[in-house]
Design a protein around this ligand. Structure first.
Ligand SMILES: Nc1ncnc2c1ncn2[C@@H]1O[C@H](COP(=O)(O)OP(=O)(O)OP(=O)(O)O)[C@@H](O)[C@H]1O
Ligand SMILES: [Mg+2]
Length: 365
C-alpha cells in the first residue's frame, strides 16, 4: 500500500504543504530548507502507529519546539487554534492526526502533545461520513468495527498518544489494524552508527535478520541473510562495482557475526572495526535496500553523505532496484544521484525552498 498524498501543517518549518507522491520520490533543496523536517514528519506518523508519538516528539524537543514557530499567514483562518496536522492518504485509507498543546496549568508535562483529533476514512470516495472509520476527539473515539457498526470505543484514550498504540482487540477493527500494520512497517534510514566501538564494528550473536536495524547495528547478520535467502547475485554485483578490488563476507566464529573485507594486495582480511566509515555506510545502504522482506515504504535521508562520487552509480542502481518493491522517499544533496537513478526508473523530484521561514515547493529547475 503506497502513499498517494501527504498533507502537513504546522510541523517545524512546514506551515502548510501538500505533496502528491509517486513510486520513487526525491526531495532536494539547500541546507535548512526542510528536507529532513519532511522526513521527520513522515517518521512521526510511523511513530504514532508504534505507540511512540510523544517519545518521537520529545526527540524534536517536545510539541512546543516541533510546532511551526511562525504566526498566521494570509489565508489562514483568523485566530484558528494552533495545530499540527499530519495527513496521509494511502491507496486504501486516508488518515489524519491533529495535535495541539496541552493545557498549561494542568500538569508539569508541558512538552507532551495533546491528540485533538484523529480520523480515518476509506480512501477513494472523499472524506464523508459514510467513509469515516474512526472519529476521535480528545480522549473519546467512535470506530467502525468488524460488523460494520459504528460504536464508541469502550476505553478512555491516553491524551498524548495515537489510538494505534492503545487498541485492544485489534481483530474487532480490521481496517484500523491493517493501516496500523502498514504504518508500522515503514522503514527509515537516517544515520548508520559507524563510529569506533559501535555495535556494527564488533562481532555480534548472529540471528537471521531480513531487516537491517535503523542504525545498521545488525549489518553482518542482515548481510548474511541476503546471502542465504535474498538476491545474493545483485549484492555481489553492486559491491564489486563499488569496491572493485575488494571482496566482502561474514565471519561467524562461535556464531558471532562480523563483516570482513578481503582487499587485493593484503595478506589478511580486514575486520569491521578496521573498515572506513564510508565503506560501512555503503554496506549498510546495500543491505538495507536489498532486504529480502522489503517494506511498502522506505525513506532514506541523505544517503550520499560521506560517500565518494564514484560510489553513486552503484547506490543509484540499488535505489532503483529497491523501488520495484517499495515506494521510495529519498532526500538528497546530489543532483547527480537523482539523475543516475532516473536512468534506471522514472522518479518525481520535489525541489524545496525556504521562503519567509517556511518550507515551500520551488519550481523545478
Ligand atoms: N518549529 C520550527 N518552526 C519553524 N522553523 C523551524 C522549526 N524548527 C526548525 N525549523 C527550521 O527548519 C529548518 C531545518 O530544516 P531541515 O533540518 O529539514 O533542513 P534540511 O533541508 O534537511 O537541511 P540540510 O540539507 O542542512 O540537512 C531550519 O531552517 C530551521 O530553522
Ligand atoms: Mg537534512
Amino acid at each position: 500500500m503506497t502513499i498517494q498524498q501527504l498533507s502537513l501543517n504546522g510541523f517545524r518549518s512546514i506551515r502548510k504543504l501538500t505533496l502528491e507522491l509517486d513510486a520513487l520520490n526525491v526531495v532536494i533543496g539547500p541546507n535548512g530548507c526542510g528536507k529532513s523536517n519532511l522526513y521527520k514528519a513522515i517518521h512521526l506518523v510511523h511513530a504514532a502507529a508504534e505507540g511512540r508519538l510523544s517519545a518521537a516528539l520529545a526527540q524534536e524537543g517536545g510539541i512546543q519546539k516541533a510546532m511551526w514557530a511562525g504566526g498566521p499567514r494570509r489565508g489562514d483562518k483568523a485566530r484558528a487554534p494552533k495545530r499540527m496536522i499530519l495527513s496521509t492518504r494511502l491507496d486504501d485509507f486516508d488518515y489524519e492526526l491533529q495535535l495541539g498543546y496541552p493545557e498549561p496549568s494542568a500538569s508539569l508535562f508541558s512538552l507532551d502533545p495533546l491528540v485533538k483529533e484523529e480520523s480515518l476514512w476509506l480512501a477513494g470516495h472523499g472524506r464523508r461520513p459514510s467513509t469515516l472509520l474512526l472519529e476521535r476527539r480528545n480522549q473519546a473515539a467512535f470506530l467502525s468495527g468488524v460488523d460494520g457498526e459504528r460504536n464508541a470505543y469502550p476505553a478512555s484514550l491516553r491524551a498524548e498518544e495515537s489510538i494505534f498504540g492503545q487498541l485492544a482487540e485489534p481483530h474487532r477493527y480490521p481496517e484500523l489494524s491493517q493501516l496500523r500494520e502498514t504504518l508500522r512497517n515503514w522503514r527509515f534510514y537516517h544515520e548508520f552508527a559507524v563510529w569506533p566501538g559501535s555495535p556494527l564494528r564488533a562481532p555480534q550473536v548472529g540471528i537471521r535478520s531480513p531487516v537491517l536495524a535503523h542504525d545498521g547495528a545488525n549489518l553482518a547478520a542482515a548481510f548474511q541473510t541476503i546471502v542465504e535467502i535474498g538476491d545474493r547475485e545483485l549484492l555481489r554485483h553492486v559491491l564489486a562495482e563499488a569496491f572493485p578490488d575488494s571482496h566482502f563476507q561474514v565471519d561467524a566464529a562461535q556464531g558471532r557475526f562480523q563483516m570482513l573485507m578481503q582487499r587485493e594486495g593484503l595478506l589478511r582480511p580486514l575486520e569491521a572495526a578496521e573498515l572506513s566509515d564510508g565503506t560501512l555506510r555503503f554496506l549498510c545502504l546495500a543491505v538495507a535496500l536489498l532486504s529480502p522482506r522489503p517494506p511498502s515504504f522506505l525513506a532514506l535521508n541523505e544517503p550520499e553523505n560521506s560517500l565518494h562520487p564514484a560510489l553513486l552509480p552503484a547506490l543509484a542502481r540499488l535505489i532503483a532496484e529497491a523501488s520495484r518493491y517499495s515506494q521510495i522517499w529519498l532526500t538528497s544533496h546530489s543532483p547527480a544521484l537523482a539523475e543516475m537513478i532516473r536512468r534506471h526508473r522514472p522518479l518525481k523530484i520535489f525541489p524545496l525552498a525556504l521562503k519567509d521561514g517556511e518550507t515551500t515547493l520551488a519550481e523545478e529547475a
